[in-house]
Design a protein around this ligand. Sequence first.
Ligand code: GDP
Ligand code: MG
Length: 215
Amino acid sequence: MASPAGATARPNVYSFKVVLLGEGAVGKTSVVLSYVEGKFNEKHTTTLQASFLTKKLSLGGRRVSLAIWDTAGQERFHALGPIYYRDSNGACLVYDVTDEDSFQKVKNWVKELRKMLGSEICLVICGNKVDLAKERVVDLSTALAYADSVGAKHFETSAKTGVGIEEVFLFLSQQMVRVKDSKEGAVGTGSLRRRQNVVVVEQPEPEPAKRACCG
Ligand code: GDP
Ligand code: MG
């Protein structure tokens, strides 16, 4: 969107799309419902009928509106395509700390998102079901090291107890605002300047693994 010459005003309202990704039964739907509605259901929460739920929050006087997209269970049939995550500002990649395979699936999603959407998408990784501490098989230090290597922030969450849930979406919102501001020409993380209506974004050579967005 064009802005008047020299204007650096930041928008006051930010609308972001966030997608939930991860293997079936890791707790994606539970995480969204815990965050948006403060509810938890022991039974498998079948599909949300709506494609997304919205949540509004305020960040230092700026209003953020999140459209949080949950899958309709297509991941169970390996049928989640780019149409689901395109135009996303952020993604929450969920695994179950009691299921090693679900952690490996997160790695596949990270690869796919980076390939399709590049470094502009903010990523958080949630190790969910930390209330099941005795059954845990995915080591925290391994998960942290992995997240760090791909420029994502790792959170331990439990949709059941609510641990970590607010923090995930707060962090993601802050990152998405930062990315958006840096694109709009406000002070951001990257070096950015204006030249005769042309915005020049100076970025270091992209590293294949680590990205600047959410580190
Ligand atoms: P999805 O397929 O990834 O959307 O997973 P669901 O949200 O449907 O959750 C699958 C199952 O895991 C359900 O029985 C949930 O009650 C359970 N579940 C989800 N999150 C947690 C959690 O943090 N702790 C525990 N103990 N169970 C959870
Ligand atoms: Mg679900």
